[in-house]
Design a protein around this ligand. Structure first.
Ligand code: G3I
Length: 373
């Protein structure tokens, strides 16, 4: 009787193991091996993944990725919630996890109009800071955060999303206060952020990162202006991140290639930093979360064969273009690991579904390498 029970338990355990193996796609090739001669490949990691609370997501990440970006834990409001308080633990977990698993860690992000506390722009009495006081506060933040991970974090998204879709500079608090409404000072806050980051870790790579660069040519041209300005001041900038939050019908090939070629012509590295594909249709194509939350984003047909085929085709198209430009593209990072924890709460944006299973799109991406050989 006892032996039968034991055999039954062993049988059950093996069945569960096989299921988990199948479910997370352990039998599939690893993306990082398939793309090793082309570019780094990675994902944005949330805290559950790096802290061990989502072991299946960690398993996918360890198998497939050789680079990782912190999805939220290094943003100003999370890592520096109050003037005298830094919250290091989640970011430390992220960096430790990447080191333990031989991944190149990318810090995201130092200066952004979003996820930044109100106090950042005010003094103790609640009055708006002066230009000099805000620069001092920015310097202190960048020096402290970059300094803590000096020699460990390989590259930083120093300034994130400074542009409007027409390529002009976004009227953020950073621009208003440090730019003081003077055209000749409009790039100052960006330049200072890069200067402070370089001082804090002279070996770290420094990036400008934005969305819709591959759909809106004027915005891509705006990013070129930023690169040129920084270079004209002798400042270090290593790369531009094309976020590439795509949809089933955008960006078109021509716009994506325009973007890659135009950015590469400035001499910087080009990176795809936040890749995903929205399966639901909607008017707004950007990645400003405050605008997206107001949209109806439910997507009841996301798992249908028709949508999955379209998703696979779009991923294949994007990767074929990225492979064509492998000489200038150094990294491709998905914005997330699997669908359930994506910032796109409904839909089917990534290569792994809500149950950690690789989708048709996964195979389509792998197959682009065969086609490129
Ligand atoms: O930290 C709070 C937590 O205390 C609270 O309990 C919880 C309740 O909802 O919210 C938590 O904050 C959330 C935060 O992510 C951290 O998890 C915010 O509500 C949520 O809006 C926030 O969303 C992130 C968004 O940026 C805004 O920062 C997404 O996860 C993240 O994927 C997204 O990433 C951005 C990139 O940084 C820049 N490019 C666009 C991309 C997509 O919007």
């Amino acid at each position: 009787m006892k032996t039968n029970k034991l055999l039954y338990v062993i049988f059950l355990s093996l069945t569960v193991l096989c299921f988990v193996e199948k479910a997370t796609g352990s039998e599939k090739s690893a993306l990082k091996d398939v793309f090793k001669d082309y570019f780094l490949i990675g994902g944005a990691f949330n805290h559950n993944l790096v802290s061990g609370e989502d072991p299946n997501a960690a398993e996918i990440a360890i198998k497939h990725f050789n680079t990782a970006t912190s999805e939220n834990d290094m943003k100003w409001s999370l890592i520096h919630p109050r003037p005298d308080q830094y919250n290091w633990e989640p970011a430390d977990h992220f960096v430790d996890f990447t080191e333990k698993n031989n991944m190149v860690p990318i810090g995201h992000c130092l200066v952004w109009h979003s996820q930044v506390p109100r106090w950042t722009f005010r003094d103790d009495s609640g009055n708006q800071l002066t230009r000099d006081a805000l620069l001092a506060r920015m310097k202190d933040h960048i020096t402290t955060v970059v300094g803590r991970y000096k020699g460990r974090v390989k590259g930083w998204d120093v300034v994130n999303e400074a542009l409007n879709d027409d390529g002009t500079l976004r009227n953020s608090r950073w621009l208003q206060i440090i730019g003081e409404g003077k055209p000749e000072q409009q790039y100052d806050y960006i330049a200072k952020a890069f200067e402070y980051a370089h001082q804090a870790d002279p070996d770290a790579e420094l990036y400008y990162n934005d969305y819709s660069l591959s759909t809106d040519k004027e915005k891509c041209d705006g990013a070129v202006e930023i690169v040129k300005y920084l270079k004209s001041k002798g400042l270090r900038i290593d790369g531009v991140g094309i976020q590439l939050h795509a949809g089933l019908d955008y960006p078109d090939k021509e716009s994506l290639e325009y973007c890659i070629n135009t950015l590469a012509a400035t001499g910087v590295k080009v990176m795809v930093t936040e890749l995903d594909i929205r399966t639901q249709r909607r008017g707004y194509r950007g990645a400003d979360i405050s605008r997206i939350n107001r949209q109806n984003t439910s997507d009841p047909n996301a798992a249908s064969a028709e949508i999955q085929k379209k998703l696979a085709d779009k991923y294949a198209e994007i990767f074929s273009i990225l492979l064509k430009h492998k000489k200038v593209i150094t990294r491709v990072t998905f914005w997330g690991v699997y669908d359930r924890t994506s910032w796109i709460r409904w839909g089917s944006p990534l290569l792994f579904d809500r149950n950690y299973k690789p989708k048709q799109a996964f195979d389509a991406v792998i197959n682009t390498v065969q086609a490129d050989m």
